[in-house]
Design a binder for this molecule. Structure first.
Ligand code: MN
Ligand code: MN
Length: 290
């Protein structure tokens, strides 16, 4: 188990480093996402989620669509990648500042991540970790995003239900030796709270269930076979069905709660993110995404 976490972490980290080179003005978001995913799938058992390439005030959950012709410009780019080995996840992200003007914003989330790693050990309570993130980011003059946070991992599970907050919260849980956690501070120039955009590119299978539409049936069967545990992108369904047919199929699937939709999350100002996966050890933690 622990070995698989380390394998997945290394694959995700290496894909992130390689992928970062593809984030440059004029380069295609779609090509960047596809090449990073290809790299991960060659080495891991699969993606832990589609490569997220969230720009500027988008905090998370953007991944290019099948016909996306967007190219990088003067953007603050969050590149977030995940791999799994035998269901054990490595989840890691960096922010790349193509504006040349937001290095402090990038530094704020990186510093908060560093402080978290230094503080993590068995017995530490999650609200105390939230306080570290919040204080560090506020020290830079930015806001931590209050309704996003890190997450305890489990086999075939990206979010086990336990969250590591980005602010001091009233209650939480105590860290235990052996826990695998994706920690991810977000620093924002906006109000520090994300809301859902209408647009959705990422889904996960919630449950099996009957659908009326024939395309919807094919889409559900495909997702059940290829993505039984982890999120996938609309783009990953292109081999089954595309365009308006896919939109109609997805509408029915979501209304029946067979898929969960993850809308793009936005704040009111520029956002940076830094993320690594760690395993809690007897006296601290070990980063797997390295
Ligand atoms: Mn992530
Ligand atoms: Mn994460």
């Amino acid at each position: 188990m622990e070995e698989d976490y380390h394998k997945a972490g290394k694959i995700a980290w290496e894909a992130l480093q390689k992928g970062a080179k593809k984030v440059k003005p004029g380069a295609s978001l779609l090509k960047a996402a596809e090449s990073i995913e290809k790299e991960i799938m060659e080495k891991a058992d699969g993606l832990a989620f589609p490569v997220n390439i969230s720009l500027n005030n988008q905090a998370a959950h953007y991944t290019p669509g099948v016909n996306d012709d967007t190219v990088f410009g003067k953007d603050v780019v969050k590149l977030d990648v995940g791999a799994h080995v035998n269901g054990y996840v490595g989840d890691t992200a960096i922010t790349i500042d193509l504006t040349g003007e937001n290095s402090k914003l990038v530094e704020a989330s990186e510093k908060a991540l560093e402080e978290l790693i230094a503080a993590i050990r068995p017995g530490v309570e999650s609200p105390a970790l939230g306080k570290i993130v919040g204080d560090t980011i506020e020290g830079y003059g930015f806001r931590p995003i209050a309704n996003l946070g890190g997450h305890v991992l489990a086999q075939n599970l990206l979010h086990s239900g336990l969250s590591v907050p980005n602010i001091e919260t009233g209650s939480g849980f105590a860290l235990e030796e052996g826990m695998a956690i994706a920690i991810e501070p977000f620093a924002s120039m906006g109000r520090g709270r994300v809301t859902e955009e209408r647009r959705v590119e990422i889904f996960s299978l919630n449950k099996e269930g009957p659908v009326r539409n024939a395309d919807a049936r094919k889409v559900v069967a495909y997702a059940s076979e290829h993505f039984p545990h982890f999120p996938f992108a609309e783009r990953h369904l292109a081999g089954v069905c595309t365009g308006l047919k896919l939109k109609i199929a997805l509408r029915e699937i979501i209304s029946r709660e067979i898929f969960t939709a993850y809308p793009i999350l936005i704040d009111t100002g520029l956002v940076s993110q830094a993320e690594k996966t760690v395993i809690v050890t007897a006296d601290g933690c070990e980063v797997t995404t390295k």
